[in-house]
Design a protein around this ligand. Structure first.
Ligand code: F0G
Length: 456
């Protein structure tokens, strides 16, 4: 870890530390808040200029980053380390633990755009990362720090994707990993990954929030490196999709980015990414960043609605979008700042709205996890409320691959996912999206008859 170029600043009291001085739970000893990585040499927030590190040159960086896309160097082939000038946290970038994450596709969503009456709608599909979720971009960064610092064990509490990513990167790094997950509340695809990549996987009779609290105690007693998104190096990796999005729009950022909200590390990281681009003069403005939660797991929505974004009361979380089944999000203060600084919104959507949006994305050939589909469901609401104009360019951040939670998809198409009381008024819309598999006899006439039924 390179302590010369970065420091950690507490988002609560502003205390600054060297990276190596952070507590095992990454909380400030003075005020209990989380830290953010900052680079004093960039001259941000009036920090002292360091002679050994110059403020990056925007034009040169844009050129360099694009050049690296055709490089065969290991570190250049990562969509995170391609932008390494903006995350100088390692002693040696050559030692980064990478699975060639990032560089994910930005797909136009033409049908959804048409039905919503929006000119430009895109999906940035972070589910197209090596372990199938956006967590890989953060994991390459924090796992590299863990290895440079000489840890043998790493750990996370997870609703599934963090554990899958951590297990994969730990295996690549030659480190051992401990996973704490809520028993029965994570999708099989994700659990199978943690097992396959060799983690010690503990299923606890607790929810995600309980698992994280427990792990916070464990890392204070054992030499284990915590890899949840309270670890500020995770967010350094997770800010890089902001760079990819800006680059894809030729450094004219889209008007609006919509992100799912769980533990709220990702919205915080993307906001940090765009903020740094603006502070360094690579882009002229930031997109609006909105966060969407599930109705049954909406502590941030309540924080805005009931406490003017000044306090967060934990909730007992329930949603079939298990990835975001989180009632006490660690990074809520960071996310509030991002939403407020960018003029975004925080809203929630129902279980039926999530399922419909997921099926609509599927029908465009872009599967995703239920937790990712909250973004489209949220956009529909924002558009209906007149908060998104027809000429705006909107990007939805899809966070996880559709195969992570195939059970959810199958249950939806079989009609067993939602209870009747959840679908009131939406029955016709749901029926038009359902494509259940049909049992057909193995004869041409039977298949032709099935086809005729579909052709109408
Ligand atoms: N989407 C997916 C697919 C996720 O797995 C998560 C979080 C989120 C959205 C929310 O992101 O927490 O940064 O606000 N999953 C974590 C996990 C908590 O353990 O895999 P967030």
């Amino acid at each position: 870890m390179n302590d010369n170029l970065h420091q950690l600043r507490c988002i609560g009291c502003g205390a600054c530390l060297k990276g190596s001085e952070a507590q095992p739970d990454f909380r400030c000893v003075a005020c209990g808040e989380l830290f953010e990585v900052e680079y004093p040499g960039w001259g941000q927030r009036g920090g002292p200029d360091r002679p050994n590190y110059e403020r990056p040159n925007p034009g040169a960086l844009k050129w360099l980053w694009r050049e690296r896309r055709s490089s065969s160097e290991t570190v250049d082939r990562s969509g995170v380390w391609r932008f390494r000038e903006l995350l100088p946290i390692l002693d040696s970038f050559g030692d980064a633990v990478t699975l060639f994450e990032g560089n994910t596709p930005l797909y136009p969503l033409t049908r959804a755009a048409k039905s919503l009456g929006i000119d430009q709608l895109y999906a940035k599909h972070q589910g197209m990362n090596p372990s199938g979720s956006f967590k890989d971009t953060g994991m390459t960064a924090a796992m590299s720090v863990a290895r440079e610092r000489g840890f043998e064990w790493v750990a996370c509490a997870s609703t599934g994707n963090t554990s899958a990513a951590m297990a994969a990167y730990a295996a690549r790094a030659g480190l051992k990993s401990l996973v704490l997950i809520p028993e029965g509340k994570i999708a099989w695809g994700k659990l199978s990954q943690a097992m396959d990549y060799g983690s010690l996987t503990c299923q606890l009779k607790a929810d995600f929030d309980g698992c994280l609290t427990l792990l916070t105690q464990i890392v204070k007693e054992a030499p284990i490196y915590l890899l949840n998104s309270v670890n500020p190096y995770r967010l350094e990796g997770q800010k890089t999709p902001a760079f990819e999005i800006a680059e894809a729009f030729d450094w004219n950022v889209p008007d609006h980015l919509i992100v799912p909200g769980g533990n709220l590390g990702n919205s915080s990281a993307l906001g940090k990414g765009f903020r740094e681009l603006r502070e360094l003069g690579l882009v002229a403005r930031m997109p609006r960043i909105s966060v969407v939660q599930a109705e049954g797991a909406n502590p941030l929505v309540r924080c805005f609605r009931e406490h003017q974004a000044t306090a967060l009361e934990p909730v007992e979380a329930h949603t079939r979008a298990t990835a975001i089944r989180i009632g006490n999000p660690a990074s809520w203060r960071k996310a509030v700042r991002v939403i407020q600084d960018t003029g975004g919104w925080c809203l929630d959507v129902s279980e039926a709205e999530i399922a419909i949006a997921k099926a609509e994305l599927g029908a465009e050939g872009l599967g995703c996890e239920p937790a990712s589909a909250v973004t489209l469901a949220g956009l529909k609401k924002l558009r209906a409320e007149g908060k998104v104009g027809s000429t705006e360019t909107v990007v939805l951040l899809l966070t996880g691959h559709t195969l992570k939670d195939a059970d959810y998809t199958i249950d939806f198409h079989r009609g067993t996912l939602l209870k009747p009381e959840e679908t009131v008024g939406l029955e016709a819309e749901i029926a038009s999206l359902r494509r259940n598999a049909v049992a057909v006899e193995a004869t041409p006439s039977a298949v032709l008859a099935a086809l005729k039924g579909r052709m109408g």
